[in-house]
Write a protein that binds this ligand. Sequence first.
Ligand code: ZN
Ligand code: ZN
Length: 205
Amino acid sequence: MANVKVRFVPLSGGARCGHVRGVASEVAPSAGFRFVCYCQDCQAFAHFLGRPDVLDAAGGTDIFQMPTGRVRLSAGTDAVRCLRFSSKVFRWYTDCCRTPIGNTAGPRFPVVGLIHSFMSHQVDGRSRHEVLGLPLCRIYERSAVGPLPPNAPASPSLGVFALRASRIFGWWLRGLGRPTPFFDDFTKAPLSVPHVLTRGERAGL
Ligand SMILES: [Zn+2]
Ligand SMILES: [Zn+2]
């Protein structure tokens, strides 16, 4: 019997062109972890896609981490692609309109970091800030390419780190990482063969 899930605030996702679509269930500030990442890899990802508009003025990416099993890609999976730098992160995007979808850390890690560009900005008349809550922290701001925006969130406190760790641990305990839309449940193969950037490609970004 299928596990019945209560949908509190479904968050419709969709690439700009509407080809790739998804839905996330049980989205709420307490059921995720929103932050802004200024790391060089996130910036390189946006530049690789030709989408610097995804970044804030200082190069930050607005990310909402939530359990992978609560995200479903409902259409257009043929256009989903994967990019990897040297690190372990799988970066997912749409090939049709080069929209970043999110980041995962492999088939067993129960978290997807959804990038704001893949989310609707209005959900049932509520803004994204209301649905997700404000970002709880910023990370890697040493890689910022300019002054941080005045509304940039604070650096993470120990409490914020602990909150994130306990949420992720809870998702793992409850098996919320599965099924993942990004990896085959059985073979663990990624939905799309990752393209690993060569050093030359990386240098050109
Ligand atoms: Zn990053
Ligand atoms: Zn598209």
